[in-house]
Design a protein around this ligand. Sequence first.
Ligand SMILES: [Zn+2]
Length: 90
Amino acid sequence: MPQLMADDPTYLSWMKANPGGFVLNSYNPARQGYLILHRATCHTITGTPANGRSWTKDYSKTCSVSREDLEDWTRHSFGDGPKRCGICDP
Ligand SMILES: [Zn+2]
């Protein structure tokens, strides 16, 4: 079951524990129109946030160890599957 990351410490510790996992990046709250699937190792969603503040405030992160589960959950929740990140190519 995909998990919505409540805050940065939760997100960063999940990423550390699940390097083979997948992340859905979206608006906060998540909604249709911007639903991007990444690998947990993608440099665009790890390290220091581009805005220098937070990974989980302006955008939401929903994580899963299973890409299939995360894609199904996205389709079920928003009526639309995620777009795949062109950088990490999940
Ligand atoms: Zn990516």
